[in-house]
Design a protein around this ligand. Structure first.
Ligand SMILES: *[C@@H]1O[C@H](CO)[C@@H](O)[C@H](O)[C@H]1NC(C)=O
Ligand SMILES: *[C@@H]1O[C@H](CO)[C@@H](O)[C@H](O)[C@H]1NC(C)=O
Ligand SMILES: *[C@@H]1O[C@H](CO)[C@@H](O)[C@H](O)[C@H]1NC(C)=O
Ligand SMILES: *[C@@H]1O[C@H](CO)[C@@H](O)[C@H](O)[C@H]1NC(C)=O
Ligand SMILES: *[C@@H]1O[C@H](CO)[C@@H](O)[C@H](O)[C@H]1NC(C)=O
Ligand SMILES: *[C@@H]1O[C@H](CO)[C@@H](O)[C@H](O)[C@H]1NC(C)=O
Length: 479
């Protein structure tokens, strides 16, 4: 049985169940089919797109159009009529990259002219993207390859803003064969950085397992990767293991914690954590100390050995492996991390647990950072580093009956956009400039009765380019 520690944390953040405020100014308002999320004080959120197929990563192009990976379908480009605030209406939608094998990763070059998208096997570059017309002139060329494995199949992409042309690619474990993650040349369970500036059409693709700079390994599945806008520090959020044991005893209910890890900088300056092993599959971060047998000396955020023997112990975990910078509740499943432009806040999506008997997570939260040092302000043993921004008021309805956050992106107006894959939706959030009162909850915009029927989209699924068409069998989890 799951303890209710997590639910108490959410309540402590001062959220109330859906404060519903009708907004007459916005004539086309979509309404979720489930209990609307609750929004924190000082925030307004609105559902603006529905009917998508597992929307995962999102990016804006140079013209402000939204690009969204629909997993198992391709990359869709959506244009919006922007009525200000959170009042936006999708006005046009087209399938820019028609490729069913694209499943999660998306990045846009800093000049806006190349789109990168990933399958379980490879990263593809699509050249000559015309943001006004919504076209690319080439089929995808493979730029990084040899990444196929079972189980964990997302290949998150992050284009560095600090080091132009450097693409970060995160690849998870083949859980069923976790031992291979202990071999760095397997390419499993790691984040690598690739210099794409010299790769032109016709160049051979990088081999993920041999090429690039290893930023970190021993990572089960670090799906969200972010770059601090001031220092250029690279952080990632880690989906830790399910079903953990310690000396054969089940400790999985509240352990291990999910993680925020630090991977140093891309500018050549060495850091104590870059290129290091972060412990998977032998050492995991403590979330609930009391659940772990033989826990003397363990605190939240330290790593515990799954088995204590002559070659493995908590001490060896501490010596050989890098512990997280922050630890979050077990089973929350963090999938994206995006910093505010001033570097003072990181926003993290939590997809939530997939186990119906144990529904936790399902939220957008923030973590406070020191903008200058690029470090979280909370200490590594903190259990209160997360501030909830948007949550599911009724987790017992999850995972089927609530939003499940995945990708984040900022638009030019400073609004934060968020995908929910299982519900096929996109929300937009805006923080009000006036200081919120400490007790008020925020607003989730829902329609007036007359506006309800006006909602809806005109989907014209126009195929601009026939993408790479190989079919991979995804017997797999899109965590
Ligand atoms: C790309 O070119 C730059 C400048 O010529 C060079 O310093 C760098 O090593 C090259 N990178 C690769 C991966 O070949
Ligand atoms: C893929 O990676 C494996 C393991 O590193 C390596 O043995 C193999 O040669 C690579 N294949 C290609 C096509 O690069
Ligand atoms: C790299 O970035 C870090 C953090 O901003 C900074 O402290 C360091 O001096 C930089 N190194 C170089 C070589 O620019
Ligand atoms: C200690 O436990 C680890 C994890 O189960 C295992 O890989 C290792 O082989 C064990 N060492 C010994 C000496 O039994
Ligand atoms: C929460 O969801 C469960 C399962 O869907 C439902 O039975 C229950 O009535 C809901 N509770 C509230 C307060 O909405
Ligand atoms: C939907 O799109 C079609 C084709 O582009 C257009 O003819 C039609 O007017 C649009 N309908 C609405 C309601 O926008």
């Amino acid at each position: 049985m799951k303890t209710d520690r997590v639910a108490k944390t959410a309540l402590a953040a001062g959220l109330s169940a859906s404060a519903v405020v009708a907004q007459s100014a916005c004539s086309t308002v979509l309404v979720p089919t489930y209990t609307p999320p609750a929004v924190a004080s000082g925030w307004q959120a609105q559902l603006i797109v529905g009917g998508l197929t597992k929307p995962r990563s999102i990016e804006f192009d140079s013209e402000g159009n939204l690009l969204v990976v629909e997993s198992g379908k391709g990359v869709t480009r959506i244009t919006f009529a922007d009525n200000g605030g959170t009042c936006l209406t999708a006005s046009q939608s087209s399938l820019l990259l028609d490729d069913k094998t694209l499943n999660h990763g998306l990045a846009v070059s800093n000049d806006g002219k190349t789109i990168y998208a990933s399958t379980v096997e490879a990263v593809f570059a699509y050249d000559n993207y015309d943001a006004k017309a919504g076209t690319v002139t080439t089929q995808g060329r493979s730029v990084i390859a040899n990444m196929s494995n079972n189980d964990l199949v997302t290949r998150t992409l992050l284009m560095s803003k600090k080091k132009d042309g450097t693409l970060l690619v995160s690849r998870g474990s083949a859980d069923a064969n976790a031992a291979n993650a202990q071999i760095v040349s397997s390419g499993l369970s790691q984040i690598r950085a690739f210099d794409l500036t010299n790769l032109t059409s016709g160049s051979k693709a990088y081999n993920y397992n041999n090429d690039g700079l290893v930023l970190g390994w021993g990572l089960r599945n670090s799906v969200g990767v972010g770059e601090h806008p001031v220092t250029g520090g690279i952080y990632a959020v880690e989906n830790s293991v399910d079903g953990a044991t310690r000396d054969g005893k089940d400790v999985h209910e509240n352990n291990p914690g999910e993680e925020l890890n630090f991977f140093g900088y891309l500018n050549g300056t060495t850091s104590q954590t870059q290129g290091k092993n972060f412990g998977y599959p032998h050492c995991y971060a403590v979330w609930d100390v009391s659940e772990i047998p033989d826990n003397a000396g363990l605190t939240v955020g330290q790593q515990f050995a799954i088995q204590e023997n002559s070659t493995l112990s908590d001490e060896i975990c501490a010596e050989k492996y890098i512990a997280p910078r922050l630890t979050f509740p077990a089973h929350y499943s963090p999938l994206d991390i995006k910093f505010s432009s001033d570097g003072a806040t990181a926003y993290i999506t939590f997809h939530g647990s997939f186990d119906k008997t144990n529904p936790v997570g399902y939220r957008l939260s923030s973590v406070a950072f020191n903008a200058q040092t690029g470090e979280p302000t909370a200490s590594a043993d903190s259990t209160s580093a997360l501030t909830d921004i948007m949550t599911s008021p009724n987790s017992t309805a999850c995972p089927s009956g609530c939003f499940r956050p995945v990708g984040l992106a900022w638009d030019k107006a400073g609004r934060l956009w968020l995908t929910s894959d299982t519900t096929g939706e996109i929300y937009v959030l805006q923080q009000s400039t006036s200081a919120p009162s400490s007790t008020a909850s925020g607003t989730i915009v829902t329609p007036t009765a007359s506006a309800k029927n006006a909602a809806g989209l005109n989907w014209s699924w126009e195929t601009k380019v026939l993408g790479y068409a190989a079919v991979f069998v995804l017997g797999a989890w899109l965590l």
